[in-house]
Design a protein around this ligand. Structure first.
Ligand SMILES: *Cc1c(COP(=O)(O)O)cnc(C)c1O
Length: 364
């Protein structure tokens, strides 16, 4: 039995009909550039994470780049971030002539507040957290650090749309928060899309200019930027997907509970902390026999992923970066993400569990 890591087909006939209908509506009204679907989506996303404003953009990468640009920090300012993320996080800092400083992560794979405090220097202007794998960072502590030290807080919530801590949602903590809705995310378009949210109307206004070449009123360029507008067709898709998000999240959470139950004790499982509700963008286990386990599962046609084999500062373009992250260096040798997507069938996840159990039995 083949178990793919992801399945991007739309097999559900009802969903396909809704998507085709939503696209047909755009074809009929013809407002292709920043059409009404973009505005509706912005409203719903802002409301969904408890923010005043949302600005739809081209991708999660653009959300991060434009969010950093909107802050207008002096070149060379330092931004503390995690070493464990998709490289777009660090690129957004560097593309704005800012300096990423990589703090360490805890065993939950998220930024460790104590390590953030140690990384602060007179040049530090901001903290960029990443809610890794769909689990919100320890935001009580991190928000307190940002407030005490007068730092701007930005969330890369690309993997965490819909996650919560208490009654607060991912994207509800930072001065700015960024989402990716690329086709692989939990809340996914059929291509590329992203959103920035904020409560600050000045930042919102600047983001609206920044997403279209820095033009104010589409006439006068006030800031150097590029075209990062959200596609109306993708907004139409996302509105359909938003209606189905709860069922996607519960399917993923059900898969996670099943894995929790059967894999606890064999590997380190991504347990939820009290008050946290994770969305399981990935189900990332840890094992000191990770590489052998991955090979064993591959031999059984079970697709897994290592996210990521390299920490961001280990990429060639980032050699010589600032930071200290021994725990992250240890943890990325142990992480392995199992298939968790909402289309996973009960017999597929049972096969994953049985295979992990067989691995540890045969290699005991
Ligand atoms: C997906 C992702 C991005 C980039 O988003 P795109 O929409 O692919 O540009 C950035 N940061 C994190 C943590 C991501 O998972």
């Amino acid at each position: 039995m083949r178990v793919p890591f992801l399945d991007l087909r739309v097999g559900d006939v009802g969903e396909r009909d809704e998507l085709l209908h939503a696209i047909d509506e755009v074809l009929c009204h013809g407002q292709i550039v920043l059409g009404p679907e973009v505005e509706t989506l912005e409203k719903q996303v802002a409301q969904g994470c408890g923010r005043s404003f949302a600005v739809g953009v081209n991708s999660g990468s653009d959300a991060l780049i434009l969010a950093m640009r909107s802050l207008n920090f002096p070149p060379g300012s330092e931004v503390i971030t995690t070493p464990l993320s998709f490289i777009a996080t660090a690129n957004a800092i560097r593309l704005n002539a800012l300096v990423p400083v990589f703090a360490d992560i805890g065993d939950d794979l998220n930024l460790d507040p104590a390590s953030i405090s140690k990384a602060i220097t007179p040049k530090t202007r901001a903290i960029m957290v990443v809610h890794w794998a769909g689990k919100i960072c320890p935001m009580v502590e991190i928000t307190a650090i940002a407030r005490e030290r007068g730092l701007v807080l930005i969330e890369d919530a690309s993997q965490a749309y819909g996650a919560s801590f208490g009654d607060r949602k991912a994207g509800g903590f930072g001065h700015l928060a960024c989402f990716s809705m690329n086709s692989m995310k939990v809340f996914a378009s059929l291509g590329e899309a992203g959103v920035v949210v904020t409560d600050d109307s000045d930042l919102r206004d600047r983001l609206i200019a920044l997403r279209y070449n820095g033009l104010v009123n589409r006439e006068m360029c006030h800031y150097v930027s590029h075209n990062g507008r959200m596609d109306t067709l993708q907004a139409a898709v996302l509105l359909v997907r938003l209606r189905r998000l709860d069922s996607v999240l519960s399917a993923r959470r059900e898969n996670a509970l099943y894995y929790h139950q059967h894999l606890r004790g064999l590997v380190v499982i991504p347990e939820e902390s009290p008050q946290f509700r994770d969305v399981f963008y990935t189900y990332t286990i840890r094992s000191n026999r990770r590489d052998d386990l991955k090979q064993f599962l591959e031999n059984r046609d079970i697709e897994t992923k290592i996210q990521h084999p390299l920490l961001m500062p280990q990429h060639p373009a980032y050699h010589g970066s600032l930071g200290h992250y021994p725990n992250a260096e240890r943890l990325i040798r142990e992480v392995l993400s199992l298939p968790i997507h909402e289309k996973l069938m009960p017999d597929q996840r049972a096969w994953v569990v049985e295979s992990v159990q067989d691995f540890f039995r045969s290699n005991a």
